[in-house]
Structure formats: C-alpha cells, structure tokens
Design a protein. Structure first.
Length: 206
C-alpha cells in the first residue's frame, strides 16, 4: 500500500486549517501569518501516525478458542480468521510506515499502536513509540506532536464518506472537519475492485 502523494502534499500546504477556525473570518494578512506560524510549528514538531492493532477483534476471536466451545471445522475457521487478520494488519501497517518514510519529509514522523493512544495523550515522552520494524523502542522520544494521522473510515456523521483513507485528527483523537483537508483516499485492493466495477457500469451507460 502506498501513501497518497496528494495527501502528503495537502498536509504541507493546508496546515493553517489544522489549528481550527476562528469564529470570525480572518483577513488575508491574518491567514498568511497563521499559515507561517503553523508551518513553523509542524516543521519543528512532529507528526504521529496511529497504527491499528485489531486488538478487540483478535481478543474476541481468541476468547472463542479459549472457552472450549469451538471445535472441529469451526475452530479451524476461527484460527484462519486470526491468521488472516494479523497478516492484513501487519501488511497495512508496514505499508504506512514505508509510505511515510519514502514520501513525507516535512517534519519528524513517529508511529504508535492504537492501544497506546491514551498514553500518548497523557504523556508525550517515550516508551510506546515504534521503530520501522513495528517494535516498541524505548529510545525513541517525541517532544510535541502537532496532530495525529490514522488509517480507517471517517465518522458516520461526517459529510465525507470514506472507508479506506488517512484521517487527520486533533490531539484528543477527534477527526477534523470541513473545510479542513483532513482525509485522503488510499488505493487498496478493495477500492480497486470497487473502481473497476464502477468503470464497467459507466461504460454500459455510454
């Protein structure tokens, strides 16, 4: 999976919007000043990417195995589902790490698992950040993240309906909203199939 270049481009040129919107419209001079301040803040700060662990799903599946009620073919299906979930999760996370390492150079970038998010909110120190091998590395330390990025879906109440994308959040874990450029599609096999079907439908309409 490749991180969208468009997303990373927007990440840099639309930084003024990330700080939120003033109750009253800002003048051009004020917007320009805010843009400079925000860009400088990110340049000297950090971007933190939240990686999925599928902790709840895997825990539920493991409990189904541990309770002894599953046997035979059902047990085999559960074990296969666990293996598939881990495989997809790790492939997705490795793709995100590689994409940001290859294409994002504007500021420092760090990675955490979603299970460490509450720790990040309370303590921006160290002990839960990941190296590029997706292992917790106590030596990695971050001073001040400007905002967070996760892979997933937008809030159902959002006007932007996306299933697989990079979503920008504030430090409280809340998705930003329009007019902020707070999301970008990621091309996945699932979306490739969807686009292929849509393209075929359009061909028949002509």
């Amino acid at each position: 999976m490749k991180v969208s270049l468009t997303f990373l481009f927007l990440l840099c040129i639309h930084l003024p919007f990330i700080q939120g919107q003033s109750p009253e419209p800002l003048s051009k001079e004020a917007r320009d000043k805010q843009a400079i301040e925000t860009i400088q803040q990110l340049k000297s700060g950090a971007l933190i990417v939240r990686l999925a662990t599928e902790h709840r799903k895997l825990s539920t599946l493991q409990e189904m195995l541990d309770n002894g009620e599953s046997s035979g073919s059902r047990r085999a299906r559960i074990e296969e589902q666990i293996d598939q979930t881990i495989f997809v999760r790790d492939a997705q996370n490795r793709g995100l790490v590689a994409g940001f390492r290859n294409f994002y150079t504007f500021s420092d970038v760090y990675f955490i698992y979603d299970t460490a998010f509450h720790q990040l909110q309370q303590d921006l120190g160290q002990g839960y950040l990941l190296n590029d091998s997706l292992e917790i590395d106590p030596s990695i330390k971050v001073e001040q993240p400007v905002y967070l990025v996760r892979f997933g879906s937008t809030d159902p109440a959002s006007t932007a309906k996306i299933e697989d994308g990079l979503i920008i959040m504030d430090t409280e874990g809340k998705d930003l909203s329009d007019p902020f450029p707070y999301y970008a599609w990621i091309f996945t096999p699932k979306r490739a199939l969807k686009y292929n079907l849509l393209n075929k439908e359009e061909q028949y309409r002509l």
